[in-house]
Design a protein around this ligand. Structure first.
Ligand SMILES: [Mg+2]
Length: 248
């Protein structure tokens, strides 16, 4: 299971050693799944981005986002459920494709992600529903996203708004939490011992693996630096400077 940003590319910059790593996986017929907390892109959009930015060929079923994991979770626990989405078009489309119903009344589940066009009215509908007993499901806890212009507020900042209003704790799907790992494993059809989580961020990728009980490879090509590891009580299973150091 392979993270994207900081692992395969850094924003608009491809990481060349990652492409070699993927080619070696392909060569040996080792299955893999790209696992991202970003819920604003569909798998098809991620595939197009990988081809354009990294010249890496992938198929949509090789991409698992926190949005898809959230939809899988809701479809399993609230079949045909009535869902209010605070999120972008890609997420709303995935909710409908899973047989769930998009509504703004009699809401059973509030699904909240990053929504760059959200407004006070939408957040009022969401908080009222949560206060009235709707489940409060959040795709990913990221507080900030790196862009060419520095950090911009992430999904977690909208969660903070809803938490403040409702005084309720959300159920979070994305890394470092378990639901996305569970959904990814069931997509791959593999058990924990047969899988390794590869990523650049100790706080999300590596903790997701540690909490869920699977091995981890930290690549120092993105967010976490070697010096950051000194103070961590639990270490990644493996640490590499880049993924060309890893023998498949
Ligand atoms: Mg990353």
């Amino acid at each position: 299971m392979i993270d994207l940003d900081g692992t395969i590319y850094n924003g608009l910059m491809p990481i060349p050693t990652a492409k070699l790593f993927i080619e070696r996986l392909e060569g040996q017929g080792i299955p893999y799944l790209y696992l991202t907390n970003n819920a604003t892109r569909t798998p098809e959009e991620v595939v197009a981005y990988l081809a354009e930015v990294c010249q890496i060929q992938a198929t949509p079923d090789q991409v698992y986002t926190s949005g898809l994991a959230a939809v899988d979770y809701i479809a399993k626990n609230y079949p045909n459920g009535r869902v209010y989405v605070v999120g972008e078009a890609a997420l709303a489309r995935q909710v409908e494709e899973a047989g769930l119903v998009l509504v703004d009344e009699k809401i059973q589940v509030v699904l909240q992600a990053l929504d760059r066009k959200t407004n006070y009215e939408k957040l009022t509908i969401a908080s009222t529903a949560i206060r009235n007993g709707a489940a409060f499901v959040v795709t990913n806890p990221d507080t900030n996203l790196p862009t060419e212009n520095g950090f911009v507020p992430g999904a977690g900042t909208i969660t903070a708004f809803l938490k403040t209003s409702t005084q309720q704790e959300p159920f979070i799907i994305g890394k470092p939490f378990a639901p996305i790992m569970e959904g990814a494993l069931s997509r791959l059809g593999l058990s924990k011992e047969d899988v390794v989580m590869v990523g650049d961020n100790y706080q999300t990728d590596i903790l997701a693996g540690i909490h869920y009980g699977i091995d981890t490879i930290l690549t120092l090509t993105g967010f976490t630096q070697a010096a950051d590891l000194v103070s961590m009580p639990e270490q990644p299973t493996y640490v590499v400077r880049n993924l060309s150091e890893w023998t498949v």
